[in-house]
Design a protein around this ligand. Structure first.
Ligand code: SAH
Ligand code: SF4
Length: 376
């Protein structure tokens, strides 16, 4: 386990997103000469560029996009309304994806966890959660392999940062779930491995793809951050603004610094200013996530202080009972009665408070348990 590390933080910052041209034939021809083109992750404009370079009509691009992103095709032969000649050309010049399922686990509560293997053999998880009382299917996606932020209670944090995920590698997590289950994902949360704001450009490009190709509304896309303050200002000013969730986890700087090294770089007061900017600029509410660690962050004093902190903030609160993590010694689950008391005190302040259901804990798919290992 390591503390916040400036150098690693800088190394982990955005890798360039896919930089395929938007429809310039010469560029495509150069790429085709270099090898096969990966289709997954290309938006409609880019697919149109590719079709033009094949000497095909533009409308072929929307047919292909529909097979890739709506009908979840696994191979070119499934693309039945595309003429055979073009399918053969696609087989020669292109491929759908290079991401594969390394392992799939099913929890007793219906949660699915996929361990995906990327081209360089690195692995990361994505999780599909179904809630019995709702039609929603929520995919929890990873934004990085590992994480540089070193939160003391989190399995991913103990892994350190390995690398950023590319936009298509994020999109692929949702497509894999859809291809495998035949179901349509309706909501996406960036709550898997990684700190999305340390991979900001790729995260934004992934959000644009999820929104435009998979047609998932921006209100149904939530990004969770441990509080990289400058990026909160940035995201509030994007054309496409997702819902924001903040891993707060403590009501004051002292306690927060004990469990979250990020506090030493961006403190809770500056975080609050940034959150106010976000809510005022976008009109949206933020969700405060708060991990209840037994006898540490679940006390009556913490609840009172948190109620005070959020009084003048447009927010909801999501309480997350701590999930045990191997190696994170000294933390324990909260007692049920302490969770209820905590909730009660916060509700008295007039905010909407939910307690996050523990999903998939039996397969290590619950919050904070993802570490990219093929351990079971
Ligand atoms: N890096 C981002 C996205 C991860 S979201 C972030 O931290 O916000 C995963 C959520 O689960 C975060 O709120 C995280 O703080 C929380 N979490 C991490 N470890 C946990 C644990 N052991 N038990 C419960 N929640 C945990
Ligand atoms: Fe990284 Fe989030 Fe885990 Fe902290 S809680 S180490 S920011 S993944």
């Amino acid at each position: 386990m390591e503390d916040f590390n400036e150098q690693k933080f800088t190394e982990a910052k955005d890798k360039t997103a896919d930089n395929l041209p938007q429809g310039e034939n010469a560029e495509y021809n150069k790429l085709l000469e270099m090898g096969k083109i990966r289709l997954c992750g290309l938006n409609l404009a880019k697919l149109e560029g590719l079709m033009e370079s094949f000497g095909e009509k533009k409308f072929r691009a929307s047919q292909i996009a529909s097979w890739l992103y709506t009908k979840n095709a696994k191979n070119f032969d499934e693309m039945s309304d595309i003429k055979k000649e073009l399918r053969e050309k696609l087989k020669e010049e292109a491929y759908i994806t290079d991401v594969s399922i390394k392992k799939k686990q099913i929890s007793a509560d219906g949660t699915l966890k996929y361990l995906l293997e990327y081209k360089d053999k690195n692995t990361a998880e994505c999780v599909l959660m179904r809630f019995d009382n709702r039609a929603n299917l929520t995919a929890c996606v990873s934004s990085q392999i590992g994480c540089a932020m070193g939160c003391k209670f989190c399995a991913t944090g103990q892994r350190g940062i390995i690398r950023n995920l590319e936009p298509y590698e994020i999109l692929e997590q949702i497509l894999t779930i859809q291809r495998d289950t035949g179901l349509k994902v309706t909501n996406v949360v960036f709550m898997g491995q990684g700190e999305p704001f340390n991979n900001y450009n790729n995260m934004m490009e992934a959000i644009r793809l999820i929104n435009s190709c998979l047609m998932i509304g921006i209100r149904r896309i939530t990004v969770s951050t441990c509080g990289i303050v400058p990026k909160i200002y940035d995201i509030a000013q994007e054309d496409l603004v997702p819902t924001l969730a903040i891993s707060l986890h403590a009501p004051n700087s002292e306690l927060r610094a004990q469990i979250m090294p990020v506090e030493k770089r961006y403190n809770i007061e500056d975080l609050k200013k940034a959150l106010k900017f976000y809510t005022e600029k976008t009109g949206k509410r933020v969700t405060l996530e708060y991990v209840l660690i037994g006898k540490l962050t679940d006390t009556r004093d913490c609840a009172m202080e948190l109620a005070h902190f959020m009084k003048d903030l447009k927010c909801n609160v999501n309480l997350i009972p701590y999930n045990p993590v191997d190696g994170a010694l000294g933390f324990k689950k909260p007692d049920k009665k302490d969770v209820m008391k905590f909730k009660f005190i916060l509700e008295a302040s007039g905010k909407k408070v939910t307690v996050r259901l523990e999903r998939g804990a039996d397969i290590d798919a619950a919050c904070g348990q993802l570490r990219g290992k093929d351990i079971r």
